[in-house]
Design a protein around this ligand. Structure first.
Ligand SMILES: [Fe+2]
Length: 384
């Protein structure tokens, strides 16, 4: 009798364990099947606001809650889809600049959460952020890079600000499935964790093609039907360019850029574009229009750094004290940089990201691999 009881208990235990494992796999499977893209954050330039976007696989009920901790006591709202592709968005407003907020999106019984810092106060003189680009082709590599950035901002909350991207998110930006598989695939959990916790601030790359789907998922406050715009964050002004619209002399974009640079009183001014003016060859040559039209404005209005990508490696060039960074090692197949190209200071054929830390008049720039190996470091000082 005792033997039979033991056998029954053992079989019941195994059965229960199997059911629990099945239930766990089912839950995880359900979660992956529910959220198609996101949640992902965008900073629109207003330091009392933050936008979150997400896309479901089917019409479903969503509740968003937010607060200054995980009690989410500041508010909650039911969110209905917009457009015709199960997209959702919410604009957090009345935020106190430079404060941490937490949010949670509930889709039926499935929970997706994230957090962010509202952008710094206007008069703040310190800021840190990450920059990288060309994340297309190998999401596993991209995932590994984001894993390192997440570990850094978890160790130092000053780094949980935003991420700057130099474009080329996916293989072909006009193909919907490329956004699903190259960029928003929920199984690449670190990429998704980064997108849910750091606003993603980008320029358009050539791989975004017409930009139709890029605009769908990254609706920044563009100036016109093209993809250029600008924003302030603490002591920095960022001008984001669209190199697939004209920026020749007398073009709308170049006129806008000049006015944009004249009108800012920020100490630090950076330009973000996809195709660098000075880079290290082997992939794409130097972009002559950047040399002809952008560089003179940088010299005239005190832009310190131009961030580019397009070539899949790291390179730093310096031209009349303006630093031109090629940060294209976010996941695309690596190219061989040629360190003998004009004005090149240093190159590295590495997957990498950049960490920029500004403290008043001093800027510390570090480029590092996902393993934490430092491939470049330099300091800039502003005279203002
Ligand atoms: Fe490119």
């Amino acid at each position: 009798m005792k033997k039979i009881n033991m056998k029954v208990i053992l079989i019941s235990f195994i059965l229960l364990l199997t059911l629990q494992i099945d239930a766990y796999s089912q839950n995880e499977h359900d979660t992956l099947n529910i959220m198609r893209k996101g949640p992902h954050l965008i900073f629109n330039g207003n330091n009392t606001e933050m936008q979150v976007f997400w896309q479901l696989n089917k019409t479903d009920t969503c509740l968003i809650k937010w607060g200054i901790d995980t009690l989410y006591s500041l508010g909650n709202q039911q969110i209905y889809e917009y457009g015709n592709d199960h997209q959702h968005k919410y604009l957090f407003t009345n935020l106190k600049p430079g404060n941490k907020y937490y949010y949670q999106i509930k889709v039926n019984d499935n929970i997706f959460d994230g957090s962010f810092y509202s952008a710094l106060p206007e008069n703040s003189d310190q800021v840190s952020f990450f920059a990288y680009g060309d994340t297309r082709t190998y999401p596993a590599t991209h995932n590994n890079i984001t894993k390192k950035m997440i570990s850094l901002y978890k160790a130092d909350p000053n780094l949980q600000t935003f991420i700057l991207s130099t474009g080329d998110f996916v293989g072909n930006g006009d193909i919907e499935s490329h956004w699903d598989t190259y960029f928003f695939d929920p199984s690449y959990s670190y990429i998704q964790e980064m997108l849910a916790n750091l606003p993603f601030q980008s320029c358009i790359g050539n791989h975004e093609r017409t930009g139709k789907l890029y605009r769908k998922y990254f609706p920044y406050p563009y100036i016109s039907d093209d993809f250029y715009w600008s924003f302030d964050y603490g002591p920095v002004h960022f001008s984001i360019l669209d190199q697939y619209a004209s920026y020749n002399i007398d073009s709308k974009q170049l006129n806008w850029l000049e006015k944009d640079l004249i009108s800012t009183d920020k100490k630090w001014k950076f330009i973000i574009l996809h195709e660098p003016g000075w880079t290290a060859g082997f992939g794409h040559e130097n972009n002559i229009n950047v040399q002809k039209y952008i560089q003179p404005l940088c010299e005239k209005y005190g832009v310190q750094i131009v961030f580019g990508g397009h070539n899949h490696y790291y390179a730093r060039a310096e031209v009349n004290s303006i630093v031109h960074i090629t940060t294209g090692g976010g996941g695309a197949p690596l190219y061989n940089p040629d360190p003998t190209y004009p004005n090149i200071v240093i190159t590295s054929k590495s997957n990498h990201f950049c960490k920029i830390e500004i403290n008043k008049k001093i800027l510390n720039f570090t480029a590092m691999t996902p393993d934490g190996e430092i491939i470049d470091h330099f300091i800039l000082k502003t005279t203002e």
